[in-house]
Design a protein around this ligand. Structure first.
Ligand code: FES
Ligand code: FES
Length: 161
């Protein structure tokens, strides 16, 4: 058993339990933050993406013992942040949402890229966001949103940041 303290969406929290307890379960079961979704649960789909010390990570692969003193941000915080507005608008405008199960992870990945790698271009953005899978039929819409955000030739200009 362990107890760790960390910052969750800017607020100090602590988690108790086995050291190998997953961050994904801590978020959903202890804090009711259900935006991060269990998908593959082996780090391959991005449905559970969060930011850990401002880096994107899959919450299904982060264990409780790794959280001490760290900063975690989830979609519940990022979606309320104006920094994610261009991404959310691009996904909606490009028809990139169907069931929505992958959407939180998509927003987390693309907002991180839009903030940290705004000039990377659509091909590199697509490659960097490739860890976020969609099981519905929205892959073409996600590709259009990436073009719009990262400025593919002939696409609409990127929304103002
Ligand atoms: S559920 Fe975590 S990467 Fe798929
Ligand atoms: S919209 Fe359904 S999994 Fe992506």
């Amino acid at each position: 058993m362990t107890e760790v303290s960390f910052l969750l969406n800017g607020a100090p929290v602590s988690a108790r339990g086995p050291a190998a307890r997953r961050l994904l379960d801590i978020l959903r079961d202890d804090h009711g933050l259900t935006g991060a979704k269990p998908g593959c649960e082996i780090g391959r789909c991005g449905a559970c993406l969060v930011w850990l010390d401002d880096q994107p990570v899959n919450a299904c692969l982060v264990m409780a013992w790794q959280l001490a003193g760290r900063r975690v941000r989830t979609i519940e915080s990022v979606a309320a942040d104006s920094a994610s507005a261009p991404v959310r608008e691009a996904l909606a405008a490009c028809g990139a949402v169907q069931c929505g199960y992958c959407s939180a992870g998509q927003v987390m990945a693309l907002t991180w890229l839009h903030e940290h790698r705004p000039d990377c271009g659509p091909a590199e953005a697509s490659a960097l966001a490739a860890g976020n899978l969609c099981r519905c039929g929205t892959a073409p819409g996600i590709a259009r949103a990436i073009d719009r955000l990262f400025g593919a030739p002939g696409s609409e200009p990127p929304p103002a940041r």
